[in-house]
Design a protein around this ligand. Structure first.
Ligand code: ADP
Length: 224
């Protein structure tokens, strides 16, 4: 779960001179699925960066998986980060490593046995329909394929919190629907999930609670 109370965030090199997030408060329980909605520039990516511990809020209270992160020690934050999966808009795959090794990375960081890693990677890559591309390098893949690899890497160790930034934007309609169904299944198994999207059609098709931002402010926190 996570709790945000009165959270504001300003980039050091703010392009607009204003805050990317202003006084945002939200509370999401373990195993809930939330949409994060709002037009481009509303603050969605910034909010996801705070939730994935990539940046620290400028002010306010942030509690993630029971830990207040504002004054947490680095080692504690590093441990917490390992329980969070993130799918970023630019995928952040390592271009010189093949698909297998990219997806295996979180498990290798957990020092899992190589046989187990092989089993898990094959299972998740089959699920995303890319079991035949394990030897490819990310630059050899289409945008949609890279997005599916990034999703596989984010969910392979069953994180307690999963944040995804426009995870369907490079997918076709069928793949997008399949992904959201999978996210709902993960939520039922206890993962808290926040998905930022512009895709109104998919939000209508999979109604769920949503946090809606505009100009860095929370417009509403509602049941879709
Ligand atoms: P969204 O994901 O909803 O499109 P963002 O969180 O990316 O919104 O952006 C919120 C605001 O922060 C915008 O005004 C944007 O220009 C600004 N911003 C985003 N990233 C940066 C950055 N790296 N440096 C400076 N300003 C940024």
């Amino acid at each position: 779960m996570f709790r945000l109370h009165d959270v504001s965030y300003t980039y050091a090199d703010s392009r607009t001179g204003g805050a990317a997030l202003s006084h945002v408060s939200a509370e999401v329980a373990q195993g809930e699925f939330r949409w994060l909605l709002g037009p481009s520039g509303a603050g969605k990516s910034s909010l996801l960066s705070i939730l994935s511990l990539e940046v620290q809020a400028t002010s306010g209270m942030v509690e993630i998986l029971g830990m207040p992160v504002m004054h947490a020690r680095r080692a504690a934050l590093a441990r917490l980060r390992r329980r969070i999966g993130a799918v970023r808009q630019d995928f952040r795959l390592l271009p010189d490593m093949n698909v297998f090794d990219n997806v295996a990375l979180p498990l290798r960081l957990q020092h899992r046995a190589e046989a187990e890693i092989r089993h898990e990677v094959h299972a998740i890559m089959k699920w995303v329909g890319l079991e035949n591309r394990l030897d490819a390098l990310p630059p050899q893949l289409s945008g949609g394929e890279q997005q599916r690899v990034a999703i596989a890497r984010a969910v392979i160790y069953r994180p307690d919190l999963l944040v995804a930034d426009e995870p369907t934007n490079a997918l076709d309609e069928r793949q997008a629907a399949r992904l959201i169904t999978m996210f709902h299944r993960l939520a039922e198994m206890g993962t808290t999930i926040v998905v930022a999207t512009h895709n109104d059609a998919i939000v209508r098709r999979y109604p769920a609670q949503a946090i809606e931002l505009a100009h860095g402010h929370m417009v509403r926190d509602y049941n879709g």
